[in-house]
Write a protein that binds this ligand. Structure first.
Ligand code: DQA
Length: 144
């Protein structure tokens, strides 16, 4: 199983960025940990982070017929991007939306997602372990 983990804008700043909200681990630390976890499940994983909407869209297009499942933290594009939604729909790859923070306990503009209704599921508020839960769920969904 080939899984693609996508992180959107400002997540390259994890560890430095609002640590009380997003935790103290860097994205590199999180990804290293996730890579080992994915390996233990027999999942082949690749990682993309970009601050540019078009790069995320191109990445999703490139995944067409190559990637079985996408786990995505679209960060601020969650709340703004019809284009990201359309890109995910265009490749018809199942995906889980992950947020580190509990977006429902924050500003009202974070409580709407352009992706949630077309996602297999949504995980939020559990910090970086949410990515691992999403990977385990993706494996279960594809195995069963
Ligand atoms: C986030 C929540 C978004 O509202 C925010 O714009 C982010 C990160 C999260 O992981 O909690 O950049 O997706």
């Amino acid at each position: 199983m080939n899984l693609l983990l996508i992180n959107g804008p400002n997540l390259n700043m994890l560890g430095k960025r609002e640590p009380e909200t997003y935790g103290s681990q860097s994205l590199e630390q999180i990804n290293t940990d996730i890579e080992q976890y994915a390996k233990s499940l027999g999942v082949t994983i690749s990682f993309v982070q970009s601050n540019a909407e078009h790069v995320l869209i191109d990445t999703i297009h490139d995944a067409f017929q190559k990637i079985d499942f996408i786990v995505i933290n679209p960060s601020a594009f969650t709340h703004t991007s019809v284009a990201l939604r359309d890109a995910l729909l265009s490749v018809a790859i199942p995906f889980i939306e992950v947020h580190l923070s509990n977006v429902h306990a924050r500003e009202s503009f974070r409580q709407h997602s352009y992706l949630s209704d077309v996602a297999q599921g949504v995980i939020c508020g559990l910090g970086a372990q949410g990515y691992k839960f999403a990977i385990a769920a993706a494996k279960n969904l594809l195995d069963n």
